[in-house]
Design a protein around this ligand. Structure first.
Ligand code: ZN
Length: 408
């Protein structure tokens, strides 16, 4: 059946776009994509993915972290892993993660039709899962994490057959892995601004994420004179401005994306305010400087308001450069199709971030229209999506040829 198709042996970008549109239809509402991990919609998306793999000569299995793996067995040249994540943020976009997953499906389909491979091609997905696979997930730390409804992560994943105590077993999946390759949308404006459809990615930036809690005194907002207040929110607000200034000064990024005020009513000065601070930079030294500046600013702001302040780490990861030789393969594949050489750092984290600590890794980006992601408006010109499929396919073929020692 496959041999009658003149396109056999070539990836079909239009088919990837069609799969993505179908998936969006299945898993979105008016507010955007709702493939939030460990929910029913996410399970529906996983079932859709299994459907796409049906009929291919792959073995499908779910590992101890709940990752789905499809393996196309080949010769003894080791394992090349491709993938991304199928889940989305709430009210997310149609391409984040899903694009890399469907690219991987198309590569598996194409290579399966071409005949025996010199090495095994493994296709897997999910960020929680990739941390487990790479061995960087701190089980004790995540077990007690609770979502907005107060459900604990350990219980939520157990409902999907994942036992956090056995998570380590997921590490077996990358035994013998020679490479991990991922396609993803940029989620930022650089390629769109430069009119470029694609680029290779040099690595992911370092991240410092903290919860900062200011404690002052709750007091009546009418009866308390301005010079007698200990306003925890004002100390937090001044800190937020300092986070921005520091990021601008060091050419990094800094965000206060959430704030909670207590008691959080208009008739009271906030006695307590917690904010979440996220700082990122490709250079570890610059990131440490940004963190130090934000801490000092928070201490000064707290002192000025008569408040106490404490910092609690939420998440941190150091800058993770990708493997030079694989970045070169990606760069060449992208340059062949765009005529322009471009390599960008990724300011977002990806499955590739934890994977790069365990396996030589590289990524490619397609443009993101107006740089918008994690939102319903997330989009990429179809032509760029199709070019990305072709570039990703070429890169995977070359890495497979290399890992088996043959020259293609
Ligand atoms: Zn993503």
């Amino acid at each position: 059946m496959a041999t009658a198709d003149p396109q056999v042996g070539r990836p079909d970008g239009a088919r990837v776009v069609a799969m993505l549109r179908k998936l969006a239809e299945l898993s979105s509402d008016e507010a955007g994509a709702q493939r939030v991990a460990w929910t029913d919609v996410w399970q529906k998306a996983r079932a859709f993915l299994r459907e796409q793999l049906r009929g291919l000569p792959v073995t499908i299995q779910t590992d101890a972290a709940g990752n789905q793996w499809a393996r196309l067995p080949g010769g003894g040249g080791g394992v090349v892993i491709i993938g991304s994540h199928l889940d989305s943020v709430p009210d997310g976009g149609w391409l984040d993660g899903a694009y890399g997953v469907m690219c991987a499906v198309e590569v598996v389909r194409t290579l399966a039709a071409r005949g025996p491979l010199p090495c095994t091609l493994a296709f897997g997905h999910s960020l929680f899962g990739s941390s487990a696979v790479a061995g960087t997930l701190n089980v004790a730390e995540v077990r007690g994490l609770a979502d907005a409804r107060g459900l604990r992560l350990g219980d939520v994943v157990a409902g999907h057959g994942v036992d956090l105590g056995r998570l380590d077993e997921a590490r077996q999946e990358i035994r013998g892995a020679r490479a991990y390759l991922e396609a993803h949308i940029e989620q930022g404006p650089v390629l769109d601004r430069e009119g470029l459809p694609l680029s290779a990615v040099s690595g992911t930036v370092g991240v410092e994420r903290h919860r900062v809690i200011f404690c002052g005194q709750t007091a009546h907002s009418g009866a308390t004179p301005m010079d007698m207040r200990r306003d925890a929110f004002l100390a937090a607000a001044v800190t937020a401005l300092a986070v921005r200034e520091s990021a601008v000064r060091h050419r990094g990024v800094g965000t206060v994306g959430a704030a909670w005020l207590r008691p959080g009513i208009v008739t009271a000065v906030a006695g307590e305010t917690a904010i979440l601070v996220d700082q990122r930079h490709p250079d570890a030294g610059a990131l440490a400087t940004m963190l130090g500046e934000a801490r000092r600013a928070s201490e000064e702001a707290a002192r000025a308001e008569g408040c106490a302040v404490r910092w609690e780490p939420v998440f941190r990861t150091h800058p993770q450069p990708f493997a030079d030789e694989l970045v070169d393969v990606m760069r060449e594949a992208c340059t062949e199709l765009t005529g322009q050489e471009r390599v960008l750092p990724s300011w977002a984290l990806h499955d590739a971030t934890p994977m790069a600590g365990a396996v030589p890794t590289a990524m490619l980006f397609t443009s993101s229209t107006r740089g918008i992601s994690h939102a319903r408006e997330e989009d990429t010109p179809e032509e760029h999506l199709r070019l990305g499929v072709e570039a990703f396919y070429r890169a995977v073929c070359r890495v497979i040829a290399r890992s088996s020692g043959s020259d293609e």
